[in-house]
Design a protein around this ligand. Structure first.
Ligand SMILES: Nc1ncnc2c1ncn2[C@@H]1O[C@H](COP(=O)(O)OP(=O)(O)OP(=O)(O)O)[C@@H](O)[C@H]1O
Length: 509
């Protein structure tokens, strides 16, 4: 087994970057090989590394093991905390700023490296969802004392504990499962993915901020987690934070109530990568926007990366300060569109593979043809089919799929109906379907309603009076006006044209 592990580690060392090898493979320890069950047990120093290695490298290690042992081998990862040798004491001044080791030293693949300490941000990194807890924590108090001291002590490198990687990872709030490797690419997202990769490789220096926008369930969150995970894989000590905009709002409110803005600022201004999801939730929250503006300015000035997602492009965001909108627009803005048929099939096949299930292609095509609006919906359908087949002890074939998805299919049976259009447009613009029939006329409702009328005329066989009837009994001249207005505006307004394109794609599949 030792011989196998040495060969395996050497192969991976050649396949990975030195940083990846040092961070993920070198700390692993082979524990035992169970001949009877063909199970290889491997220990990882902490849960973060264990999860990461399991998600990203177990397949490759199993392939290498199968080649070596001449039969399929299962690799099981387990925690090995008690076996961890404490890291050798290091004088603070020689503490490295990246994982130790260049991938060539250490030889036997067992030397463990600790992530780099980062003294000034130590307390800040611990900034939890509740900022006051940070003030109450010993680390934060120590940092505060240091900050208040008339002659600040030189930054002391904290001892690199084995659990530090776990701590840093947990504080990042990243989901280790969302990676570039399991993000399926197609026309709908290739630009966004390319930009995300570029930013992950050159944080802070290529596109800052990177602004990703698109409809519900299209992979924005997945992609920004992938960037964070990739950055942490390269540099496990990086100070990365994923946060949903609503949580940021709540952090601001708590800091405000408890007068803890210094800690708030210290934390957010000290990050290497800030991933902020669904920024449209900042709408109308002036104090939040102000704090975010300061954090934005501070991070960009320090060439730290900011990545923002939203359901719409910057200029279309409502209730957001103009100075923020112009900053969102100052980097790179990329759309993620609904996936086309082939991509939906590829996503289903990939998801099934991840579940360890063989999904016949015709079943994947069947699901993909009928469910078109977003990837989350596809995932839900796949889960339903797999559970149904398992529960009824049947194999995964199209007929089983039809039974399992009966409810969903009756809603989206491939026909474009006015009801479908109303629902799709309402979802897209985040208004209630009821507003399609209502008499209310604020602009945020009137425009989507006109768009839905336009699409109803374009995509269905209904007459103008019939459409008017389905939109709350409106006159046919109202529908005609909407159709003319939208068809003319789409030739002049690129963003409107883009939205219509997305809606048409969603409806047509
Ligand atoms: N291209 C893709 N490849 C693989 N999985 C994907 C892809 N796009 C989306 N997914 C999966 O679909 C689900 C929904 O994606 P995600 O949460 O990233 O969407 P979102 O755009 O952030 O949606 P929302 O606006 O609702 O937050 C996730 O489980 C994600 O892993």
């Amino acid at each position: 087994m030792e011989d196998f592990w040495q060969t395996c580690a050497q192969t991976l060392e050649q396949e990975l970057t030195p940083q990846q090898y040092s961070a993920w493979i070198r700390p692993l320890v082979p524990l035992a090989f169970d001949e009877a069950g063909a199970v290889l047990r491997v220990a990882a120093p902490n849960r973060f590394k264990m999860d990461w290695v399991r998600s990203n490298f177990s397949g490759r290690i199993e392939t290498l093991a199968a080649e070596w042992f001449q039969r399929p081998v299962q690799v099981k990862f387990e925690l090995d905390t008690p076996r961890m040798a404490p890291p050798p004491p290091r004088p603070a001044s020689t503490a490295p700023s990246a994982p130790a080791g260049n991938g060539h030293g250490g030889g036997n693949g067992h030397v463990r490296t600790a992530p780099a300490p980062h003294a000034p941000a130590q307390a800040a990194l611990g900034f939890p969802a509740d900022p006051v807890a940070a003030v109450n924590s010993a680390a934060a108090r120590a940092a505060q004392r240091a900050a208040e001291s008339p002659r600040p002590a030189p930054p002391r490198a904290p001892k690199a504990e084995p659990s530090e990687a776990t701590g840093i990872y947990e504080r990042s709030r990243l989901n280790v499962e969302l990676t570039f490797e399991n993000f399926v690419t197609g026309k709908a997202n290739q630009l966004a993915r390319a930009a995300a990769l570029q930013v992950a490789e050159n944080p802070g220096t290529s596109y800052n901020p990177l602004f990703l926008y698109g409809g519900v369930g299209l992979g924005k969150t997945h992609l920004i987690h992938a960037i964070g995970n990739s950055m942490m894989a390269e540099n496990p000590a990086a100070r990365v934070r994923y946060i949903h905009a609503e949580q940021f709002v709540s952090d601001v409110v708590k800091s405000y109530q408890r007068k803890a803005f210094d800690d708030f600022k210290r934390y957010y201004h000290s990050l290497d990568l800030l991933l902020i999801d669904d920024i449209q939730f900042f709408s109308g929250k002036n104090r939040t926007q102000e704090e975010f503006f300061y954090a934005f300015e501070a991070l960009v000035a320090l060439r730290k990366q900011i990545i923002i997602t939203s359901d719409t492009y910057p200029k279309e965001l409502s209730g957001i300060d103009d100075r923020l909108i112009s900053r969102f627009d100052s980097g790179l803005t990329c759309a993620i569109e609904p996936p086309e048929l082939e991509m939906r099939v590829a996503i289903l096949l990939k998801k099934a593979e991840t579940e360890g299930v063989h999904l016949p292609e015709e079943v994947a095509f069947f699901i993909a043809k009928h469910l078109r609006s977003n990837v989350r919906e596809l995932e839900g359908a796949l889960r339903k089919v797999l559970a149904y087949a398992k529960f009824h002890g049947r194999s995964i074939v199209v007929d089983v799929c039809k039974d399992a998805l009966k409810d969903l299919l009756s809603v989206s049976n491939g026909q474009i109906t006015v009801e479908n259009i109303q629902k799709t447009v309402a979802d897209f613009y985040k208004i209630k379907v009821a507003d399609m029939y209502s008499k209310r006329r604020p602009a945020n409702i009137a425009l989507p309603r006109q768009i839905a009328m336009y699409l109803a005329k374009e995509l269905t066989q209904k007459s103008l009076p019939e459409i008017g009837e389905l939109f709350g009994g409106r006159d046919h001249t109202t529908v005609l006006h909407a159709v003319r207005k939208i068809s003319e505006s789409r030739t002049k307004q690129a963003e409107l044209n883009h939205s219509l394109h997305v809606l048409e794609q969603t409806l047509k599949g």
